[in-house]
Design a protein around this ligand. Sequence first.
Ligand SMILES: [Zn+2]
Length: 106
Amino acid sequence: MKNQIDMLIELQEMDSTENSSNAKKSNNGKNTDQKLRDKLKSAVTPHVFTLYEKLYRAREGQALAKIEDGVCGGCHVVLPTKELPFVAEAKNIVQCWNCQRILYTL
Ligand SMILES: [Zn+2]
């Protein structure tokens, strides 16, 4: 069972690939991607998906940020230590206090 963060990471990879692979122009491939995208979309909580889309647009294709050494991978601010366990558990959506990106660890 995948958690929401994993699905959002997949969505973001899919969205960024779609934008950069316009040269392919394969309609069949695109339909398949759309189906998979719908599947991922229906698997995440609606408000989380809305948040993802908003951030994806606002942050130029980077709605998620990986935490490295307690620092946001998106904007490089130091994150409150107390929030880190929540991100590691990936049960709740935790956003960076500075750039609002959805935080995750691998
Ligand atoms: Zn940030």
